[in-house]
Design a protein. Structure first.
Length: 220
């Protein structure tokens, strides 16, 4: 259940993907902690009081969870910004793989990974619904025209799926990383979704007896 199960080779300027071990999974597996990490990814650096206002929590609660996230290396204090009483926090750069072997090998790891994944998905789904329902009312037409929601379906072998995911993730790294975190006039927070997964209730194609399956384009 990895967000990014096959990772491109690291390239210059692209932080390595962090494979979460069991301890890290347990540390992150709290709904508010996942929401904080998500908010710092989407909206940028924030303070405990700012996050408390966003989530309807007390600043004491967000401060506690921020300290735990810092302790386990998910976030860091923004250097040169804020004061001793009002510290600013940001995400540590790099993708998180919540589908590591640690998540699959133990019930505790799997339970933690499922909670984290569910929280990430709920936020992504909420943002998508807000865009589709309220975007036309609050965004200029040119921003709506530039946006895209696409679903495509295909039939792939395991090897083809692996190659496809690798190619798309490589493209995302190439196209997105240079603009991540930029603060330029006219920019907006943009969320990009990519999912590629087997449909659970769809059967696997089986060739007739004695007839090997062929990939598209292969001659008989």
């Amino acid at each position: 259940m990895a967000e990014n199960p096959i990772h491109p080779e690291p390239t210059e300027g692209v932080p390595p993907t962090r494979e979460l071990d069991l301890e890290s999974l347990k540390a992150l597996s709290h709904p508010l902690r996942v929401q904080i990490v998500n908010a710092l990814s989407i909206y940028g650096a924030a303070t405990a009081s700012g996050l408390a206002e966003r989530f309807g929590e007390s600043s004491g609660a967000t401060s506690y969870h921020l300290r735990q996230l810092e302790r386990h290396g998910f976030i860091r204090e923004v250097e040169g910004k804020g004061t001793g009483r009002e510290r600013w926090w940001e995400r540590v750069p790099g993708a998180l793989n919540i589908g590591s072997s640690a998540a699959e090998e133990t019930p505790a790891g799997r339970s933690a990974a499922q909670l984290i994944f569910r929280e990430f998905r709920e936020t992504a789904d909420r943002l998508l619904v807000e865009f589709t329902e309220h975007g036309p009312d609050v965004l200029p037409p040119e921003w709506m025209d530039a946006s895209e929601i696409t679903t495509a379906n295909a039939r792939l072998t395991l090897e083809q799926l692996q190659a496809f995911v690798l190619a798309v993730n490589t493209a995302i790294n190439t196209l997105v990383i240079p603009f991540r975190g930029q603060q330029v006039e006219g920019t907006r927070a943009i969320q990009i979704h990519f999912n590629a997964f087997p449909v659970i209730d769809a059967e696997t194609a089986i060739s007739p007896a004695g007839t090997p399956a062929r990939t598209p384009g292969e001659r008989a």
